[in-house]
Write a protein that binds this ligand. Structure first.
Ligand SMILES: Cc1cc2nc3c(=O)[nH]c(=O)nc-3n(C[C@H](O)[C@H](O)[C@H](O)COP(=O)(O)OP(=O)(O)OC[C@H]3O[C@@H](n4cnc5c(N)ncnc54)[C@H](O)[C@@H]3O)c2cc1C
Length: 404
């Protein structure tokens, strides 16, 4: 289908939020599957399998669906509305991005397979990147062509990323990077990584760190998948042995990696909090009906609790998008979201009873996947405890915890 054929008519001339929202909603009604319908792919990024080869095949298939959807959004002029035109956007006001995101969350679609590329790297490049770096990446990111991962955590540095020890040593034309990263989501399917490494060993902690846009396809990068309890090989160990990053790939200042990282983490929390895989209220209501539990008062109470929490999350997202800044809002959203994902999956498994144990059961399988995926959501992107610390210190102004 040509771009013009699917573009909401006159989209660039719609100045008021309500006219814009109506056009966007009409477009989604026509082009996006409904939540809970057989075509719903809002949890497509929750990929599981019993073998690495099968996982890679399913991951590729899920990535293809995500890319196609992102391309469709782009062709419709709905991707990156607020980005400058030179980077592929429409140069529109930021509220239009929020309207598209809000409307999209009402349908059975997801771009979470590409969350690092679409939701975390662009803000980092807009704040800290050079014009050339934006030109290099953003036009490919916006239409779903380029994938990214984050090379942050290490065996000795997770919550405390100031302890990162991967070393970037200056060489002709750039840096040679050696060290080990771990828990890297999507490393096997990413074109680039946002890497944090120590560029000055004489400065301990945050000061000696720098961030880079590192190409993943090179001899010094060895990706080894790790198996999760869900059966997924979602994340990986990544061994860096004299991997090369050129000078032009330094993001921000040399030694200024902490500031870049903070921008990335803030957007990561908000992106996870706005996720789709844990938003299962519509599907849970359908499950209760299918299992004929919808007249049982206890089931109704549980399901109503899930529906209410999801509504709360949606309202928080809407407030964060359009109101004044919510202090530590990303951490609040991420905390609520990870709790919601856990409680929704628990409720489904209670409804399913023993049939939840048999993974061959087509109704139970997606809920089993959600159930096993949920604990990871409480850790990835900063653990629940770290979010609580952030909310206490930055949101509520409570005394800071002692820093060593
Ligand atoms: C699904 C998933 C995907 C991930 N994807 C990526 C990725 O793509 N890239 C990447 O770099 N990393 C990724 N991670 C890693 C993740 O960011 C880290 O696991 C996380 O930051 C915690 O670090 P850690 O595992 O080293 O635990 P630790 O930091 O060692 O924490 C251990 C425990 O101590 C608690 N704790 C630590 N410090 C404090 C404190 N100050 N106050 C209170 N409690 C504290 C923690 O809450 C936790 O319960 C992913 C993890 C998961 C589960």
């Amino acid at each position: 289908m040509s771009a013009s054929a699917i573009r909401p008519s006159g989209i660039d001339g719609l100045a008021t939020p309500s006219a814009f929202r109506t056009a966007v909603r009409e477009w989604f009604d026509e082009h996006a599957p409904a939540k809970g319908s057989p075509q719903d792919f809002s949890a497509i990024h929750v990929v599981t399998s019993t073998t690495k080869a099968e996982y890679r095949a399913r991951e590729r298939a899920a990535l293809d669906v995500t890319r196609q959807w992102q391309q469709k959004l782009y062709d419709a002029g709905l991707a990156g509305r607020s980005w400058p035109k030179e980077y592929g956007g429409a140069g529109a006001p930021v509220w239009q991005d929020d309207v598209v995101a809000e409307e999209q969350s009402r349908y059975g679609v997801s771009t979470k397979m590409m969350a690092v590329a679409l939701e975390m790297v662009p803000p980092v490049l807009f704040v800290h990147g050079t014009h050339e770096q934006r030109l290099d990446h953003l036009p490919r990111v916006i239409c779903g062509e380029e994938t990214w991962c984050q090379l942050l955590s290490e065996p000795g540095a997770g919550s405390d990323l100031a302890s990162v020890s991967t070393l970037a040593t200056p060489v002709d034309g750039g840096w040679s990077v050696t060290g080990q990263k771990v828990w890297t989501s999507g490393a096997g399917s990413s074109d680039h990584a946002l890497l944090i490494a120590r560029t000055d060993r004489s400065v301990p902690g945050r000061g000696g760190l720098s961030c880079f846009a590192m190409p993943m396809a090179q001899p010094g990068v060895d990706v080894r998948p790790l198996r999760q309890m869900s059966g997924a090989y979602h994340f990986n160990e990544v061994f860096l042995d004299e991997a090369f990053v050129s000078k032009s790939r330094l993001i921000g200042e040399l030694g200024g990696g902490w500031a870049v990282l903070r921008t990335m983490l803030r957007h990561e929390r908000a992106a996870i909090g706005g996720g789709t895989s844990g938003r299962g209220a519509v599907q849970l209501v359908a499950l209760a009906r299918q299992l004929e539990g919808n007249n049982d008062p206890l089931v109704r109470q549980t399901v109503a609790g899930v529906v209410a929490r999801e509504r709360l999350l949606d309202l928080l997202q809407a407030r964060m998008a359009s109101g004044p800044p919510v202090p530590a809002g990303g951490s609040v959203a991420k905390l609520l979201y990870s709790e919601h994902a856990r409680l929704t999956a628990n409720a489904a498994l209670e409804l399913l009873g023993v049939s939840a144990i048999g993974s061959a059961d087509a109704t139970a399988e997606p809920w089993n996947e959600r159930f096993l995926f949920a604990p990871g959501l409480r850790i990835g992107g900063g653990t629940d405890e770290i979010q609580r610390n952030t909310i206490a210190e930055w949101g509520l102004g409570l005394p800071r915890e002692p820093r060593s």
